[in-house]
Design a protein around this ligand. Structure first.
Ligand code: CUK
Ligand code: CUA
Ligand code: CA
Length: 641
């Protein structure tokens, strides 16, 4: 035990169990359950968190904005198994938008319109291929080491899909499914090209496959024969450029600022199929990829393909990459079932949190490159610090002043620590005090991020913490509790808790960036849509045998046709262009009994296709409040028998 650790009662126990074993883990799980069932026994906040008033007294920031005041930061949150992305304003924590990606959304008609279905993917009969999703990680495109406001990406763990969000309109515009991958977990865009200095922006997104499977998939029970793939997706085309076959699994992903390295933490180097096996080794790994070399190997044709997939797959397994001079990959040993790998904004280090080890491991990137150049004898010598932080370290954020903030899941704490001091301590200077501060959070934190954290513009202002259990922090609403996103002021030496933000389950990762990095558009251009009905005079019913196209426009408070007729048995494609070009003037279009409901934003065009299988009169009405005559904004669809 060193003087850096014994701050909370929980961490005092740490010396006795340097690593968490199966029994201890079971015990801790029971502890969590007990706390949940008896609110009284929830861990008493050891040091009472500073109230907002105290924050003001200390000159700290406030989460309260007066009516009409705008937030200064955007936050992009993954929605978890709601399958969407959430947009929050910070510091207020106000939720501004949900961007549907992988799952249907009734508000906007995602999964209803032909345009969204094309992005989501359909079966031969036109129905959606998937209606469930599970988003975990979201990151945005970079230029010169900072966000450039072009794109954000988000993963879907269930169906191994990656979605791209256009940040000019805050909409999902492309979804790609990774072949031969199950449990696609971490993503991270590169920050520049490793070879061409002119390309100082994101052109690739790296994706980690967490679950090992037989490749190609087959009913093979012997898990030692399973393998995982690390995938590279083209940022523009969204096609999978290449995949790398590895030993062990992938979890989260990080990229270096020079574009040369990407890494994934590995918790299952054991290749176990049961958790006891997955946690049997004392150390696992952080796996590095030499991106320029992988791409050269692909170019040189040194790859295979798997099953029906045409994606080139290079060999990044340990055996094939033992010689540093030709290696595509390097496995850095990290204790036990590590989680989270994060790039420090000074561009020097990746930090891997220990999860089942109370430590964080600091890996110096120039040393990893030295190993690839044959200048560092052992790859593990790239580790410049491995220091104890507390129990259950998961994710790390940065303030741009040399400090790291790591979530301690089991301790329900955030620990602030100084990276340079940790390196000194590791080098033998036991007087180096690397733990700067600890703050109790409520409760069991997972993801953490600071404003601008993983950019060269890290500004050390706000820290948000995604607490997995809210327990007693909000009014009870039945068995499913809101989650607690906490906001912390990190501008001073001490962390100051600013606010609890209840959020609908079950958000995971997020990023926070300055609002001036974005210039969102609020009105579409008519020409963005090839099928736009540009003039109300173009409206009408156009028949081609049993296929009927209905062209319609909206202009508050009316649709361009007061009624339209189709016949029972027709396949109807209805195209609606909203000719209102005023900000915020959105209309909806709903057809009773036909499962049609979608919106059109200013100058947007959307279409739906359905079978006219029920004769009668159907009042198509505007669902989105638009005008004093919103209720009167209707048209009749008459389906003739
Ligand atoms: S990871 Cu996905 S389960 Cu983002 Cu720490 Cu939480
Ligand atoms: Cu148009 Cu309501
Ligand atoms: Ca393990």
């Amino acid at each position: 035990m060193n003087e850096n650790t014994p701050v909370s009662p929980d961490t005092a126990a740490m010396g006795r169990r340097r690593f968490i074993n199966t029994a201890a883990l079971a015990g801790l799980a029971v502890g969590v359950t007990a706390c949940n069932s008896k609110p009284d026994s929830a861990p008493a906040p050891a040091a009472a968190p500073a109230a907002p008033a105290a924050a003001h007294a200390s000159g700290g920031a406030s989460a309260h904005l007066k009516p009409g005041e705008l937030d200064t930061y955007y936050g992009l949150w993954s929605g978890g198994h709601t399958g969407d992305m959430r947009v929050l304003g910070l510091p207020s924590g106000r939720e501004l938008l949900r961007i549907p990606c992988f799952t249907p959304d009734a508000l906007v008609g995602w999964g209803i319109t032909n345009e969204s279905k094309k992005i989501m993917g359909t079966k031969a009969d036109g129905s959606l291929r998937y209606t469930v999703g599970d988003t975990h990680h979201t990151h945005a495109s970079y230029k010169d080491g900072n966000y450039d406001g072009r794109y954000a990406w988000i993963n879907d763990k269930i169906n191994s899909r990656i979605a791209r969000i256009r940040l000019d309109y805050f909409v999902c515009d492309k979804i790609t499914q990774l072949p031969n991958v199950q449990g696609f977990h971490g993503i991270f865009p590169d920050k520049r090209d490793p070879v061409d200095p002119a390309i100082n922006y994101t052109t690739r997104v790296f994706c980690g496959g967490e679950f090992s499977i037989p490749l190609p998939n087959a009913p093979t029970e012997d898990a030692s024969k399973y393998q995982s793939l690390f995938s590279c997706v083209d940022a523009e085309t969204m096609e999978v450029r290449w995949q790398a076959m590895i030993d062990g699994n992938c979890d989260l992903v990080a990229t270096s600022f020079d574009g040369k390295l990407a890494a994934t933490n590995q918790y299952n180097t054991e290749m176990g199929a049961k958790y006891e096996d997955m946690m049997s080794a004392e150390r696992d790994a952080c796996l590095f990829f030499n991106i320029a070399r992988v791409e050269a190997a692909v170019k040189a044709g040194k790859f295979k393909t798997i099953g029906n997939s045409k994606v080139p797959v290079v060999d990044a397994t340990r055996k094939a990459n033992a010689d540093p001079k030709t290696a595509l990959s390097a496995y850095v040993s990290v204790p036990k079932n590590p989680h989270g790998v994060n790039a420090s904004p000074d561009t020097k280090y990746f930090i891997c949190a220990g999860k089942l080890s109370p430590t964080a491991t600091v890996i110096e990137l120039t040393k990893v490159l030295d190993w690839f150049d044959g200048k560092l004898e052992k790859i593990d010598d790239a580790i410049v610090a491995e220091v104890e932080l507390g129990l259950g370290p998961l994710h790390t954020a940065f303030d741009g002043r040399g400090n790291a903030y790591t979530t301690l899941f089991l301790d329900s704490q955030v620990v602030k620590w100084n990276v340079a001091a940790a390196i000194k301590f590791h080098a033998g200077d036991k007087t180096a005090k690397y733990v700067v501060d600890r703050l109790d959070v409520h409760y069991q934190p997972g993801h953490i991020n600071a404003s601008q954290s993983e950019t060269v513009a890290a500004d050390g202002k706000y820290l948000a913490v995604g607490c997995k259990f809210s327990k007693d922090r909000f009014l009870p609403v039945g068995p499913l509790h809101a989650e607690n996103e906490q906001l912390i002021d990190i501008s001073g030496d001490k962390m100051v808790l600013m606010a609890d933000h209840p959020v609908r389950g079950e958000p995971h990762d997020f990023i926070i960036f300055k609002r001036d990095l974005l210039r969102p558009k609020q009105v579409y251009a008519l020409d963005d849509f090839p099928n736009a009905v540009k003039d109300p005079k173009e409206s009408g019913v156009f028949r081609n045998g049993k296929k009927v196209t209905v062209k319609l426009t909206s202009l508050a408070p009316a649709f361009s046709m007061r009624e339209f007729k189709v016949k029972k048995g027709d396949e109807v494609t209805l195209i609606l262009t909203n000719l209102d070009k005023i900000e915020d003037l959105t209309h909806g279009f709903a057809i009773p009994n036909y499962n049609v409901n979608f919106i059109v934003n200013p100058l947007e065009t959307a279409s739906v296709t359905f079978m006219a299988d029920q004769p009668g009169v159907f009042w198509c009405y505007c669902t989105h409040f638009c005008h004093a005559l919103h209720l009167e904004m209707r048209t009749r669809m008459i389906v003739e028998a």
